[in-house]
Design a protein around this ligand. Structure first.
Ligand code: FPP
Length: 250
């Protein structure tokens, strides 16, 4: 097993995105309710946050609830909403103690009033923290985000604030709800599934992908170090050739 000493601290991904998958199966293996898997999943996030702080990751974006997840049973949806509220209540002091800024991204107007309010309060209370930004994607869908950006741009064009010819990748990205953070360097999906599931589709154009069979509630900072060590073995070429990267040619 990889440990902290095996990580090259000068080549740590600045931004890691995680699809925290496998909570339901973790619970089923133990003949427990699905929500028990989610509760354990929330606990697992602590270890990953510790790992990120230890190696100097600056952004961690976790997929906590997709727009498609609204179709789960009302019981599971309600339990998850309560879990998010409880997480904010119980963790806000810890986040501050560890200098972690909290942000929520997604179609937040679909959340109930309490959940929306608590997320916003947690953002406000942690907004000046600088060690790490924890971004929680809740009620999030990437296609929705891209369509939303296109709608905003169309409005700007209609009221002559911008002209369609000005739209390029940089300008478009400013209208995404992730405009405050860099693109992920590394995307981790747990539980042995090989899908992106409508997560950060625009942002992961050049992201390194890492899949593990570990179910999310069992994911620890050691698993995180394993993923980072794997990432550090890779050569990121961004469409260039290996020779160009190694000889710094144009
Ligand atoms: C996917 O597993 C997981 C989710 C839909 C919920 C993720 C939520 C948490 C980990 C809760 C903690 C988060 C925060 C920010 C407090 P699944 O239910 O699809 O698992 P399965 O594929 O095994 O059924």
């Amino acid at each position: 097993m990889i440990s902290l000493e095996d990580i090259k601290l000068n080549a740590v991904p600045r931004h890691i995105a995680i699809i925290m998958d496998g909570n339901g199966r973790w619970a089923k293996q133990r003949q427990q309710q699905r929500i028990e898997g989610h509760i354990q999943g929330a606990a697992a996030l602590k270890s990953t946050l510790e790992g990120c702080l230890a190696v100097g990751v600056k952004y961690l974006t976790v997929y906590a609830f997709s727009l498609e997840n609204w179709d789960r049973s009302p019981q599971e949806v309600n339990s998850l909403m309560n879990l998010f509220v409880n997480y904010c209540h119980t963790e806000v002091d810890n986040l501050n103690k560890n200098n972690i800024r909290f942000k929520a991204i997604g179609k937040l107007d679909m959340l109930n009033d309490e959940c929306y309010r608590v997320l916003k309060i947690t953002e406000e209370k942690t907004k000046d923290n600088t060690a790490l930004t924890l971004v929680v994607a809740i009620s999030y869908g990437s296609r929705w985000e891209i369509v939303h950006a296109a709608q905003q741009l169309a409005k700007e064009i209609a009221c002559h604030k911008i002209q369609s010819e000005q739209i390029n990748e940089q300008l478009f990205a400013k209208y995404l709800i992730t405009d405050f953070m860099p693109d992920p360097d590394l995307l981790i999906r747990t539980s042995g599934e090989y899908r992106i599931s409508n997560y950060l589709l625009w942002q992961i154009a050049y992201t390194e992908l890492y899949f593990t069979n570990v179910l999310w509630p069992d994911f620890t900072k050691e698993e995180l170090y394993e993923a980072i060590a794997d990432y550090q073995k890779r050569e990121r070429r961004f469409g260039k050739t290996s020779e160009q990267i190694n000889h710094k040619l144009k």
